[in-house]
Design a binder for this molecule. Structure first.
Ligand SMILES: [Zn+2]
Ligand SMILES: [Zn+2]
Length: 305
């Protein structure tokens, strides 16, 4: 899985930072892409990447501020013209359905694929045999959510070398052994699949938060995550401003990362008051509290190891 930052700025588009959108690329895991937020011109940003809109399977919206949703109707419409025929689900807080429905209706946009819109409150938003996505409300001027994406543990890999050494050659039997079945070979030997399968592979945890003040639910959602994406609209010295505008500072984001014992912190939603020359200083502020901190920039991609 990879995280690709399509927009990393706060509030209004800037030359070096477009407004928020993040793609979680799961091309190996499920051959699809999940998008988190869709600020204005997200589809323009996508044009500079290898992402295919038709591969977008789900869009998770954190909150309804314009810098997180103004790109949505355009992207949904364009997906129809780009061979997008598979179902797409949008998850978001109450109001997202009305916003999408009205935008598509008045512009007479007719989608060529099934669109499902799910408004949720809190708790489990989505679950299948591979992933579970949970949401919890944060502290912002309007209802803003954070998401915790947990990949379920995967069965270990089949030790083919060991099988061959024991004289068990490839065939349909391998699938049975991989699923842990006990089978009898033609020579009469009884083989237990579990003896040939490695330990379960631990699933990854990714936490992507919407706009928020420093708050407890941010910490809960981030617990032991492999990657935490936390907004850092302001520098450490602007704590009061951050509080007044319902945002966080670099230091507060790093404090959450440290308290929640995450592996990597990625700061985003950076105010345009900070120019390129200020960015190294912003990371330093976070690193003082949590050494493994990064500051996102548009088109930055990180591998989730
Ligand atoms: Zn915002
Ligand atoms: Zn906001």
């Amino acid at each position: 899985m990879d995280l690709l930052f399509l927009g990393t700025g706060a509030g209004i588009p800037a030359k070096l930072r477009n407004v928020t959108s993040i793609a979680l690329k799961m091309l190996e895991e499920r051959k699809t892409i999940w998008l988190f937020d869709c600020g204005e011109a997200t589809q323009h940003q996508i044009l500079h990447t290898s992402l295919k809109p038709r591969k977008i399977e789900k869009i998770f919206i954190t909150h309804l501020h314009g810098d997180h949703i103004y790109g949505l109707p355009g992207l949904l419409g364009s997906r129809s013209f780009q061979a997008g025929h598979s179902e797409l689900t949008v998850y978001g807080p109450k109001g997202i359905k009305e916003y999408i429905d009205v935008s598509l209706k008045v512009s007479e946009t007719h989608l060529q694929y099934p669109l499902v819109i799910e408004e949720f409150k809190e708790g489990i938003v989505f679950e299948d045999d591979q992933f579970v996505v949970e949401a919890a409300v944060l502290e912002h001027g309007i209802h803003s959510f954070g998401y915790r994406i947990t990949e379920k543990d995967r069965k270990g890999t089949l030790d083919v070398d060991k099988l061959r050494n024991d004289g068990i050659m490839p065939g349909p039997i391998y699938a049975k052994l991989k699923s842990g079945e006990t089978v009898q070979l033609e020579d009469g030997r009884i083989i237990n699949g579990n003896d040939y399968v490695g330990p379960d592979q631990k699933g990854k945890i990714i936490t992507i938060l919407g706009d928020t003040r420093y708050c407890e639910n941010a910490r809960n959602l981030a617990q032991n995550a492999d990657v935490l994406v936390h907004e850092a609209t302001f520098s450490a010295e602007n704590e009061e401003l951050a509080f007044d505008y319902f945002h966080s500072t670099t230091k507060q984001a790093a404090t959450i990362a440290s308290e929640a014992n995450v592996r990597t912190l990625c700061l985003t939603h950076i105010s345009s008051r900070y120019g390129k020359d200020d960015w190294p200083q912003l990371v330093k502020e976070a690193e003082k509290v949590f050494p493994n901190s990064l500051i996102a920039h548009d088109f930055m991609e990180i591998k989730i190891k």
